[in-house]
Design a protein around this ligand. Structure first.
Ligand code: GUN
Length: 280
């Protein structure tokens, strides 16, 4: 039987409608500041998408575009000004930053209460401690997809493929908090296919196009594809070879239309949450 398709686009649309209603009821306009340094084409697309989604939800998006040569001190001064601006509820610095800028120094400069990415060490610490406050948007979106698709996490064996600070690490912590038995696998893991085949829930976040093949998937498993990669012919593909894995999995997210739209919706949710708690 072919896999059930987990429709992230539909769930994200529902979530965005709910957020827009809550924003309308809030009695003020939340403000999200998005800082983009340099000209990375993919980052520009992502920032435009976030900007449009915020506006549609009634959130004011302020995009601050800085040249690739911006000095770290100037970027930190920009962030300090946003920290100090009482009108600004959320701050997001689009990653990756140009190579000469230390991303950690930038992330640590953001006021943790305005850190809508959940990347500040204080928010990372709360999550690691099982007391999540601001949760990174992509893993948060994955948890919402699992919940909406009625995928049981308690007692399930989950394998997270990838150990990035943006996805893999926070994803694993959320799954542990949801009572899964979690393995983080990565490029140096011995026998990756065998490790993945043990998973009831397989989360692919490697950034390697169509890396996960049908024989990596346990029959009936839930496969969540975090990847967005563009093939030379322009086709968007995930980290999972979709057609062949859908023939084995019990449920699977498509690319596009799976995790991506949920990331954007969760950014809006984090912004609203930050705004409501700051202004309470
Ligand atoms: N680049 C890729 N994903 C993300 C994200 O979730 N947040 C930020 N700030 N940059 C990213």
């Amino acid at each position: 039987m072919p896999a059930r398709i987990i429709d992230g686009a539909a769930l994200a649309a529902t979530l965005r409608t709910e957020i827009a209603a809550k924003v309308a009821a809030a009695g003020f306009t939340p403000v999200l500041a998005v800082v983009l340094v340099g000209e990375d084409p993919a980052s520009r697309v992502y920032v435009r998408t976030k900007d449009r989604a915020a506006r549609e939800a009634g959130i004011e998006a302020r995009t601050i575009s800085l040249p690739a040569e911006t000095a770290l001190a100037d970027l930190l001064a920009t962030i300090q000004a946003l920290n100090d601006d009482p009108a600004v509820d959320g701050i997001l610095v689009q990653l990756p930053l140009p190579r000469c800028i230390d991303p950690q120094a930038v992330i640590e400069a953001i006021d943790p209460a305005k850190d809508v990415d959940g990347f500040h060490p204080m928010n990372v610490g709360y999550l690691a401690d099982g007391r999540p406050k601001v949760v990174p948007c992509t893993p948060l979106g994955v948890m919402k997809l699992l919940r909406a698709a009625c995928v049981e996490t308690a007692g399930a064996r989950a394998v997270v493929l990838g150990r990035s600070a943006i996805v893999g690490r926070p994803m694993s912590r959320l799954l542990v908090t949801a009572d899964a038995t979690v393995t983080i696998a990565h490029s140096l893991t011995r026998d990756l296919p065998a490790e993945c085949r043990r998973a009831d829930i397989l989360i692919a976040a490697t950034g390697k196009p169509e890396m996960v093949r049908a024989d990596w998937v346990k029959p009936g498993a839930t496969v969540i594809d975090v990847g967005i990669n563009r093939r030379p012919n322009g086709r968007l593909v995930g980290d999972v070879a979709y057609d062949e894995c859908a023939a084995v999995a019990g449920a699977i997210t498509p690319v596009p239309g799976g995790v991506g739209p949920m990331t954007v919706a969760c950014l809006l949710e984090n912004t609203l949450t930050a705004a409501l708690s700051r202004r309470a």
